[in-house]
Design a protein around this ligand. Structure first.
Ligand SMILES: O=P(O)(O)OC[C@H]1O[C@H](OP(=O)(O)OP(=O)(O)O)[C@H](O)[C@@H]1O
Ligand SMILES: O=c1cc[nH]c(=O)[nH]1
Ligand SMILES: [Mg+2]
Length: 207
């Protein structure tokens, strides 16, 4: 599986704010917003563009636009904190939604919401979720997408565990990963180490 790690000093600095247990909810959300800009920027690096002739105030020249903007799919709750920033960078993108809560005993995702276009054939999709831990939630989401015909999926995650990357690679699903860090491992409770804790709780408070 193609894994791109965004290890720019600014990305590392934002991630450090997110990891720090002293960071309050509002500061965490702000750091995730800024990190999302960097992750989306990298995720689009090789995206096809279409050209168009434009006039500057001085001359005619060639202009560029995304040829096929991705569908953005935040995974609720935590992925909501990436949605607005991604949308600002790609204002022409459409957005779908998936709601999942991991069962903290079994670590299996429990779905509670989905709102996606009926057909995704020929459409790139960016799944937005800060955390790739066991990979179960991401696999569930990607299967919803491939079931609608998607063949080009990018998982955009602040943090990833090696176990989650292996899980996705072994699934054979058509996915690549853009992340700011591949951390060490999962602990016995399925949390990423060193990680940042529960990304939903860190943004919105414990449920
Ligand atoms: O790779 P996995 O082991 O499946 O874990 C990752 C999932 O866990 C978190 O969501 P959570 O279930 O805590 O829901 P929340 O966003 O509402 O807090 C995270 O945002 C992912 O969706
Ligand atoms: O470390 C983890 C693992 C799963 N979900 C989170 O929010 N954090
Ligand atoms: Mg959570």
């Amino acid at each position: 599986m193609d894994v791109r790690t965004v290890d720019h000093p600014l990305a590392k600095a934002r991630l450090t704010v997110m990891r720090d247990a002293r960071t309050d909810n509002a500061t965490f959300r702000a750091a995730l917003h800024e990190l999302t800009v960097m992750l989306i920027y990298e995720a689009l690096r090789d995206a096809p563009v279409r050209t168009e002739r434009i006039h500057t105030p001085v001359a005619r020249t060639e202009g560029y636009a995304l040829a096929n903007p991705p569908l953005l799919v935040p995974v609720l709750r935590a992925g909501l904190g990436m949605a607005d920033q991604a949308h600002r960078l790609i204002p022409e993108a459409q957005m779908g939604f998936v709601g999942l809560a991991r069962n903290e005993e079994t670590l299996e995702p429990t779905p509670y919401m989905e709102s996606l276009p009926a057909s995704l054939a020929g459409r790139p999709v960016f799944v937005l979720d800060p955390m790739l831990a066991t990979g179960g939630s991401m696999e569930y989401t990607i299967r919803l997408l491939t079931g609608r015909g998607a063949t080009d999926v990018t998982a955009v995650c602040a943090l990833a565990a090696p176990e989650g990357i292996r899980h996705l690679a072994e699934s054979g699903l058509p996915v690549r990963l853009v992340t700011a860090s591949v951390d060490e491992r999962l602990n016995d409770s399925g949390y990423i180490v060193p990680g940042l804790g529960d990304a939903g709780d860190r943004q919105y408070g414990a449920v």
